[in-house]
Write a protein that binds this ligand. Structure first.
Ligand SMILES: NC(=O)c1ccc[n+]([C@@H]2O[C@H](COP(=O)([O-])OP(=O)(O)OC[C@H]3O[C@@H](n4cnc5c(N)ncnc54)[C@H](OP(=O)(O)O)[C@@H]3O)[C@@H](O)[C@H]2O)c1
Length: 326
């Protein structure tokens, strides 16, 4: 048996438990087995506690889309050997002491990072690289606005956009978050004022407007984001932490020839192994070069994992939330 986070109902994060479960076995299916040292916890897993995410497995299940640890066993010819420190996309099951992944989804842990920083890479940095380079088609020197910029995905978006030559303005809701967004690479940080008019503050920071908006928050942010865009600007849809699915009147796109584009990393790369590797290797190159560093803001021991979900639920996440294994 091993210890793992278990979602056994759709009653939200307070119902998440840490329990004994069978050790998964992947060798017979050609999968890599990983002794997990740290796992990322992100908004999608929070949504899974309510059955609100697109991937909603039968109950009970061990969540966890990503993990870092050491190889326990690997298929011959995979280039992976027992004991090797790695980072992996696990899809599910990353929040257990042993997790499985196809060899193509397993990468060496970048030099100089600990396991928690490694666990902060796959979901957010692969998504950020995909969103900035492939979906927004950002060019060096462009002005980029990032919503939710202190969160797990937000810090990765700031970091990747900056590393690829963008000039980043971050929108955040408090001073502590402002420091995380700045550390991630934002040149300008805008605190949402009490009257909610963050757009005026962005215009003061970037009077010539914005070329690209990267938005994991959605809801009412969308319309004001479009108003900030310069001609040929791109508004990139990444998620809906504000709750409401954005609705837009498309006449807003005509006058300045704007694009609204979706950036769903999982939907893109899981259908195409070549695309998966290209995106992952692009992001990992930025990390290996030192241009990007994952920022871990919260570390919880496995037995306290429910508290990690609460951080996300209560809008308290600063940087990546990680659970560390005993
Ligand atoms: N498209 C993709 O491929 C992809 C990949 C990974 C994640 N995502 C999505 O990206 C989003 C962010 O995920 P994450 O793991 O980075 O979450 P996170 O760390 O909790 O960050 C979310 C941010 O959203 C902002 N926010 C605004 N209203 C909120 C509310 N009512 N409740 C919670 N947060 C609120 C917060 O920033 P302020 O307080 O500063 O406003 C917070 O920092 C999620 O929707 C997730 O599903 C998408």
């Amino acid at each position: 048996m091993m210890r793992a986070v278990v979602i056994s109902s759709h009653d939200g994060p307070s119902a998440v438990r840490v329990d004994d479960v069978d050790v998964p076995s992947g060798a017979a299916h050609g999968l890599v087995e990983i002794d997990v040292r740290a796992s990322g916890v992100s908004f999608p897993e929070l949504l899974q506690t309510r059955g609100l995410y697109q991937d909603s497995p039968p109950l009970p299940f061990v969540p966890g889309v990503e993990a870092a640890g050491t190889v326990r066993s690997a298929p011959e010819g995979s280039g992976l050997v027992p004991g090797m420190p790695v980072v992996a996309v696990t899809g599910r099951g990353g929040l257990g002491q042993v997790a499985l992944a196809p060899a193509a989804y397993v990468f060496p842990l970048p030099d100089g990072l600990d396991f928690a920083e490694g666990a902060a890479i796959p979901l957010n940095f692969f998504t950020a690289y995909f969103a900035v380079s492939l979906r927004a088609r950002m060019r060096p020197g462009e002005r980029v606005l990032v919503h939710g910029a202190a969160g797990g995905l937000g810090t990765a978006l700031c970091s990747v956009a900056r590393a690829l030559g963008g000039r980043v303005t971050a929108v955040v809701s408090d001073q502590g978050k402002a420091e995380f967004a700045a550390a991630a690479g934002a040149e300008n940080v805008v605190l949402i004022p009490e009257d909610g008019d963050w757009r005026a503050a962005v215009m003061a920071a970037e009077p010539e407007g914005i070329d690209i908006v990267l938005d994991p928050v959605g809801g009412p942010r969308a319309v004001d984001s479009l108003r900030l865009l310069r001609p040929l600007g791109r508004y990139v849809v990444l998620g809906f932490t504000a709750g409401a699915i954005t609705e837009l009147k498309v006449n807003r796109l005509l006058l300045r020839n704007l694009d609204v584009v979706g950036a769903g990393w999982g939907a893109y790369v899981l259908a195409d192994p070549v695309a998966f590797r290209e995106v992952a290797e692009g992001a990992l190159r930025l990390i290996a070069d030192g241009a990007c560093t994952p920022i871990v803001g919260h570390r919880f021991p496995l037995e306290d994992a429910p508290a990690a979900f609460a951080v996300l639920e209560e809008r308290r996440a600063r940087g990546k939330v990680v659970v560390e294994m005993p």
